[in-house]
Design a protein around this ligand. Structure first.
Ligand SMILES: Nc1ncnc2c1ncn2[C@@H]1O[C@H](COP(=O)(O)OP(=O)(O)OP(=O)(O)O)[C@@H](O)[C@H]1O
Ligand SMILES: Nc1ncnc2c1ncn2[C@@H]1O[C@H](COP(=O)(O)OP(=O)(O)OP(=O)(O)O)[C@@H](O)[C@H]1O
Ligand SMILES: [Mg+2]
Ligand SMILES: [Mg+2]
Lengths: 256, 256
């Protein structure tokens, strides 16, 4: 069955979408069958694959409220073994609409359950908050990947995210655990980057991926072409880092 | 009465907190009486002034649910005419707790109403979402300042934010209008920065501030010292840009 990984961090702009999109693409070219779920009303993971939000009449929102099944909402991408479950702005309504409903935290888990055999990996791109959408992804997932920008505010928010994961593990999903912390936008010329990186590696010695993602402008250019970076410029440092990360994940998965 | 400005953008990591903190400080050194309201459960604007979240037994959450008045929650900062209304993690609960309550969108407006004569400017740092907390700030405010990172995803989210502002103007707060769009993390060596900047200036010719904030590492270092950048390194380009922005805002306010 698929390994379901929530890519989560309530701190904004730390590289959640960039990681979900480019790690999914890197796993796909390593012959893994991958589903990327866009659980952010901003729809950035969807537009990263060239899907224009306005063109979507059905998306993950319709799956969460029980109107549609996952395989009706899934769309192919340019990579043969990579499938996208898109979202758009209307998803914002789900948080308020589901607030009073039964099993409001298990909606995504129910939606994905029939698709666990169809994929090797399911990556969920979370919005920048610890609200009901992120909670749904922490219940549906067995692993959490935390992108961590090498900046002060990002480091500050880490403890609150880790205690939320612990809380969900104890109350809603006993399988959930941290897969790893990914250092993103690492700038080797910048003292702050080094300070944050060494602080995180000393606090969480076994939880930080060996691969760190460098700051690389090609990563921020590729979404405007509707392509993951390995289809835009596979030789750049950003693409290479995500290909390396995919290998590290595959190796870690086979060890456990 | 105070000019109340919501610093908002649902896109994460675009410089909302950095702008709210450093613009507030720059207005304060220009002899304006300023209140900065931290409306983000992450509490970044609070820690930017050295307030440790765990030390707070009362904060903006207690004001929103009607337990405390604003002036009981306000705290001084190192700048004589700058006051902070702090937040911390528990604020997350407010979104779900207020969801079913009457006047759930007007809680912040009610909290700030008795303080409008005590300040010249009230700046509200919003979380990265269009949920109930940001909605509260759009109802309490008369102006919205939109920090816009010079990147593709940030540009994509702009139209959805502008239509939310329009919706709030028509339904909940007829006074609300855009004060301006602030280009942030502008890197003059980077083609994407120039592309986004020229696209925004051509779509919104009258709405983009003349001042653009350059990418400047001193801005990301200063929060770790609990100081706004003008108290950390007033000569740096980041500090100078926010001082310039404050002058631009003061000049625009006197024209209208
Ligand atoms: N390693 C990198 N190098 C350069 N730019 C990057 C890198 N990673 C991400 N970016 C850019 O930084 C911005 C923030 O990244 P991204 O949108 O992936 O973060 P996020 O955590 O998903 O944001 P949000 O909290 O809004 O969902 C984007 O414009 C993206 O293109
Ligand atoms: N002009 C700048 N130059 C360099 N770094 C900056 C600049 N502006 C902000 N930063 C850094 O970029 C990161 C994101 O900025 P900030 O936290 O202010 O954004 P935000 O929109 O408030 O994020 P969130 O969506 O999480 O609330 C922070 O680590 C901050 O220190
Ligand atoms: Mg994202
Ligand atoms: Mg912020």
């Amino acid at each position: 069955a698929a390994r379901v990984i929530a890519v989560a961090n309530q701190k904004g702009g730390v590289g959640k979408t960039t990681t979900a999109v480019n790690l999914a693409a890197s796993l796909a070219v390593a012959e893994k069958r991958v589903l990327i779920v866009d659980l952010d009303p901003q729809g950035n993971a969807s537009s990263a694959f060239g899907i224009a939000a306005e063109s979507l009449s059905e998306h993950v929102y319709h799956g969460l409220i029980g109107e549609k099944e996952a395989h009706h909402l899934e769309r192919p991408t340019e990579l043969a073994t990579l499938t996208l479950l898109p979202s758009q702005r209307d998803l914002i309504g789900a948080e308020l609409e589901l607030a009073g409903e039964p099993e409001r935290e298990q909606r995504l888990e129910k939606l994905l359950a029939p698709r666990l055999e169809a994929f090797d990996y399911i990556l969920i791109d979370c919005p920048p908050s610890l609200g009901l959408l992120t909670l749904n992804s922490l219940v549906a997932a067995s692993r959490v990947l935390i992108p961590l920008q090498c900046e002060y505010y990002a480091l500050e928010g880490l403890s609150s995210l880790l205690s939320t994961i612990e809380l969900v593990n104890q109350s809603l999903n006993s399988e959930l655990r941290l897969d790893g912390i990914l250092l993103t936008m690492f700038d080797s010329r910048n003292r702050l980057s080094h300070q944050v990186a060494s602080e995180v590696r000393s606090y969480f010695p076994n939880d930080v991926y060996k691969t760190a993602i460098p700051r690389n402008v090609r990563l921020s250019e590729s979404p405007s072409f509707g392509k993951p970076v390995l289809l835009y410029d596979v030789t750049c440092r950003g693409a290479q880092a995500y290909l390396e990360l995919a290998q590290e994940l595959i190796a870690r998965a086979s060890q456990r």
